[in-house]
Ligand binder design. Structure first.
Ligand SMILES: [Zn+2]
Length: 120
């Protein structure tokens, strides 16, 4: 059995309303991935660049095989969640992993993802 990650996924957030990065003051649109830090009841958002997440690629939820393999091959993975106003809870949007891990997951499973974030 391969080594299991003791830690469960760290969490990052997809914005449900526009915001600004607390560090670089960049405008953040709905759906952008940020890290939130809570300071005295205030939530501070940090953009992907400032959170050093810009090297990671977003893997949309929906393909369990790819997600499982990519998480296995990636040395870091973050669960992406978004606040749902309708359900009043966080919904999982996908996973943030290393692009190379997605490449490996694709070739191992034989599944090609239709749209890759880093292939624009
Ligand atoms: Zn920033």
């Amino acid at each position: 059995m391969s080594e299991r990650k003791a830690e469960k996924d760290k969490v990052v957030y997809a914005l449900s309303s526009p915001s600004r990065c607390h560090n670089c003051d960049r405008r953040l649109d709905i759906g952008e991935i940020v890290k939130l830090r809570e300071e005295n009841d205030d939530k501070e958002a940090y953009c992907r660049t400032c959170s050093q997440l810009d090297k990671l690629e977003m893997l949309p939820a929906g393909n369990a095989v790819i997600t499982r393999l990519a998480r296995k091959y990636s040395s870091v993975s973050f669960a992406i969640v978004k606040w749902s106003e309708i359900w009043k809870c966080y919904e999982r949007q996908g996973t943030l992993v290393e692009p190379a891990a997605i490449d490996k997951a694709e070739s191992e499973s034989g599944i090609k993802l239709a749209k890759r974030e880093h292939c624009k």
